[in-house]
Structure formats: structure tokens, C-alpha cells
Design a binder for this molecule. Structure first.
Ligand code: DC
Length: 228
């Protein structure tokens, strides 16, 4: 059976990674969370106080960054590894969430990340989620999904997720962070978040995860048949 490339783009906290992981598991495909890569770069920049106004400093910092993913058997998914360190927990913290969109808007950071993401797709059989995957990283992807959900639903989901990790973040902080990131991600100069013309729009505000998965697997199977 032919393997395809599946892209899932959309606003923050719409459940892109959750859906991508489920599809990858069903199909035995590779799942890549491109947001985790931008988050790991952001963590490195914060820790090393990189001067965002200096291209030389940004390039020097990127030259010191090595990103990879390590399979976590307990979770059944991959953790983000930054220079040999498992950073899956710190990259999800508010300090990173508050800066990541600004750092992800930098030209050098995008070029660095996109090049690595494209290498991962060479053999197809991949599900990647992010903001520019269907438009810039894999414009040739066989199935492109643009995921959206009502803002209140997204805040509620994120709140529950962070609470389950014992985070003391309030709903107001989450709402402010999501609004800020959506604004920055859609208004940046380089590869802003937008729906690719050939992407399927999926609003999951009122869909449960199982129904969503079955719906998407139907689309996937159609595309795989066409690619065969
Ligand atoms: O998917 P996420 O919320 O973990 O992503 C974190 C940030 O990274 C997001 O606010 C914007 C940026 N990002 C991006 O610019 N391009 C991508 N392909 C993925 C994420």
C-alpha cells in the first residue's frame, strides 16, 4: 500500500497533535509535532538569552542546536530532545508558550526548522502538525487538514490538560496566551498560518475524538487509494 503525507494545520490548542498522533498510530506512520521543534528552539534561546535583534546571534545559536525525537514507550509517542536532553516537560511551560510565536516568526528559525521537517517527509508515511505544514513544508501532501474549534472550547481543553499536569495556570492566562499566539501566527510576514487552498476544513468544536478520528480515517483511505 502506498504511503502518503498528511498535514494538520490550525490555531493553537485545537487538538492538532492529538489527532495527528491517533492517525499515525492507526496507520503506523511517523508523527512529527513541528510545534515542539519551535518550542525547543525557544527554550534554548531563553536559556541562552539570545539577542533576537541580532541575526549573527540567532544564527550562532541555531548552529548549536540539535533536535531529535525519542520514542517514549510509556506514552506511545515521541519526546522532544534538545542537544541530548529530554525537554518534553519544559517546552510546554508558560515561559516558552509566551515567547514561542515571536521566535517562530524569525526567518532564520523558520528556515532551520523547515529544512529539518522536510527531511523527515522524504519517505512519506508521515503525519505532521503545525501552522505552515500544508502551505510551506509539504505543499505536495496528499491530505491536508485545517483544524479549527471555538475559542471557548479551546481554552477549556487546554485548561483541563494543564490542570492534569498540576499546572497552576488560570483560564484567563490561557485565553490571553492563545489569543496572542493566534494573532502572531496569522500576522507574521513569513509563512503565516493560513488554510492551504486544497486543505479540508475541520471544525471539531462539537465532535468527540472517536468520531473525529473515524471521519479523518475515511479521508485518509480515499487518498491512499488514489495514490496507489
Ligand atoms: O503547536 P504548538 O502550539 O505547540 O506550537 C507552538 C508555536 O510554534 C505556535 O504558536 C507557532 C509556532 N509554530 C509555527 O510557527 N509553525 C509550525 N509549523 C508549528 C508551530
Amino acid at each position: 500500500m502506498n504511503k502518503i503525507i498528511i498535514t494538520i494545520d490550525g490555531y493553537s490548542s485545537c487538538g492538532k497533535s492529538t489527532l495527528a498522533k491517533q492517525i499515525a498510530k492507526e496507520l503506523n506512520y511517523v508523527f512529527i509535532d513541528s510545534g515542539a521543534m519551535y518550542r525547543a528552539i525557544t527554550l534554548f534561546f531563553i536559556r541562552n538569552q539570545v539577542d533576537l535583534t541580532s541575526v549573527t546571534s540567532i544564527e550562532a545559536a541555531l548552529n548549536q542546536i540539535e533536535l531529535s525525537f525519542a520514542y517514549n514507550a510509556e506514552k506511545g509517542t515521541s519526546d522532544m530532545i534538545l542537544n541530548g536532553e529530554n525537554v518534553e516537560v519544559p517546552i510546554r511551560e508558560m515561559a516558552v508558550s509566551n515567547q514561542v510565536s515571536q521566535i517562530a516568526a524569525l526567518k532564520e528559525v523558520r528556515e532551520f526548522s523547515v529544512a529539518q521537517q522536510q527531511l523527515n517527509g522524504q519517505k512519506k508515511g508521515i503525519v505532521m502538525d503545525g501552522r505552515d505544514i500544508g502551505t510551506v513544508v509539504f505543499p505536495q501532501a496528499e491530505l491536508k487538514i485545517f483544524l479549527t474549534a471555538d475559542p471557548e472550547v479551546r481554552v477549556e481543553r487546554r485548561y483541563k490538560e494543564l490542570q492534569s499536569k498540576n499546572s497552576a495556570v488560570t483560564k484567563e492566562e490561557i485565553k490571553a496566551n492563545l489569543e496572542m499566539r493566534d494573532y502572531q501566527d496569522t500576522h507574521r510576514d513569513i509563512s503565516p498560518l493560513r488554510k492551504a487552498e486544497d486543505a479540508v476544513l475541520l471544525d471539531n468544536s462539537h465532535l468527540n475524538m472517536e468520531d473525529q478520528l473515524q471521519l479523518v480515517l475515511g479521508w485518509v483511505n480515499d487518498k491512499i487509494k488514489k495514490a496507489s
